[in-house]
Write a protein that binds this ligand. Structure first.
Ligand SMILES: [Zn+2]
Length: 395
């Protein structure tokens, strides 16, 4: 995780609150008939009705009392998403998932009717059918949608009139709002698929903008457990935390295992280590470990360096008169200038300057490796000489 976002309160929270209020109104009361008075006032005073949701809530009231209470209690346990991110194995209280409602019947067969109901209510009806849709009935009732939440989130986190435009999990890919669909690249921190965290499916504190690449990396992995069976609990950066931004807590160590040169297409081979600034800070260390395990961040930064090395240095060379005597010194002066002005280790820069972390570390490496710079400049001179020869041949 590179930087945090400021949590943005918004009317789209009302869907999660609606379910909370409904559950609260029916908890431990033997209510079996659905009535809209069980829902918040705003639902009744705005036009249209969410028919599918009302149908699902009607089904809920027909469940046996024990099942209803079990579902409501599970929903309540799952309310605090943030606390889960800082809770270690020793203090972890089981977070109910849809799978927990799959029961083994006396005859040995499996009854997954409640599990399927929960997926239908939270994922299909409420998330896919309402919250995640630009023009859903819910959007019309509140006069807003998830796209508006994204714009508000950007506004909330803006700094000197600049708002973040990069994925906060990697800082090397852009975030986009698909205007035509009115929905941003949001991801469920606690996954709603595979019969897992359906109780947090419409909880906005579980939804976060995430770039495509990070999203696909994360799809099969769990930030909070090191194993697929979810037995070993770990901690992770929580994106709406009010703590200091992650990039302020760690430092990156870039080392070169094979110097960039002609024979490796000037890509080189790299190794990255990410360590807490304070060697005793085991909490940040564990969070860095989760970050890398899920998003493969160290390897992706190394690849970023390989892919951008030439363009970073070539852009500098374009601004320099190649007939200057002390070319090496001139290149180093320009590199230092970029470091001081465009690749600062500050929120404004890490959230807007694509690839700042790997680029910054690469520039630092350039500045301490004169031999590499000289061999690269030498190579460039040869290329330029060849260009002249070629043009003369053409004449
Ligand atoms: Zn990303």
């Amino acid at each position: 995780m590179v930087f945090y976002l400021k949590y943005h309160s918004h009317d789209i929270e009302k869907l999660h609150q609606l379910i909370g209020e409904f559950f609260n109104n029916v908890y431990k009361k033997n209510i079996t008939v659905f009535d809209t008075s069980l829902l918040p006032t705003w639902y009744l005073t705005t036009p249209n009705r969410m028919v599918s949701m009302e149908g699902e809530l009607t089904k809920f009231l027909n469940f046996p009392e024990t099942v209803k209470n079990e579902i409501i209690e599970a929903f309540l346990v799952c309310e605090d998403v943030e606390a889960l991110f800082s809770c270690e194995q020793a203090t972890y209280v089981h977070q109910p998932v849809a799978l927990d409602f799959r029961k083994l019947k006396d005859d040995g067969t499996v009854d997954n009717s409640i599990e399927r109901y929960l997926i239908s209510l939270f994922v299909d009806t409420l998330y896919e059918g309402q919250l995640g849709k630009k023009d859903s009935t819910f959007s019309k009732k509140i006069g807003s949608n998830i796209g508006s939440h994204y714009l508000g989130l950007k506004n909330e986190s803006s700094f000197y009139d600049e708002d973040f435009n990069l994925c906060p999990f990697c800082g090397i890919e852009p975030l986009k709002l698909l205007e035509s669909e009115g929905r941003p690249d949001y991801d469920h921190l606690l996954p709603k698929g595979d019969s897992l965290y359906i109780f947090s499916a419409i909880n906005i504190k579980n939804l976060i903008p995430m770039g495509d690449h990070c999203n696909s990396k994360k799809s099969s992995k769990n930030l909070l457990f090191t194993d697929v069976n979810r037995t070993v609990k770990t901690i992770a950066f929580y994106p709406y935390s009010l703590s200091p931004n992650p990039f302020e807590l760690y430092n990156i160590e870039l080392s070169c295992t094979d110097t960039p040169k002609f024979s490796n297409s000037w890509k080189g081979n790299w190794n990255i280590d990410i360590k807490p600034n304070d060697p005793l800070d085991t909490i940040t260390l564990a969070k860095i470990s989760s970050w890398d395990r899920v998003f493969n961040i160290k390897a992706r930064y190394c690849e970023y360096i390989q892919d951008h090395l030439k363009s970073i240095i070539n852009k500098i060379l374009k601004t320099i008169d190649s007939s200057i005597n002390d070319l090496l010194n001139e290149v180093k002066t320009k590199l230092q200038y970029r470091l001081d002005n465009f690749y600062k280790y500050e929120y404004l820069f890490v959230s807007t300057e694509e690839g700042l972390i790997p680029t910054r570390n690469l520039i630092l490496w350039f500045l301490s490796n004169d031999n590499f710079l000289m061999s690269y400049l030498e190579q460039k001179k040869k290329i330029q000489a060849n260009d002249i020869d070629m043009s003369m041949l053409e004449l």
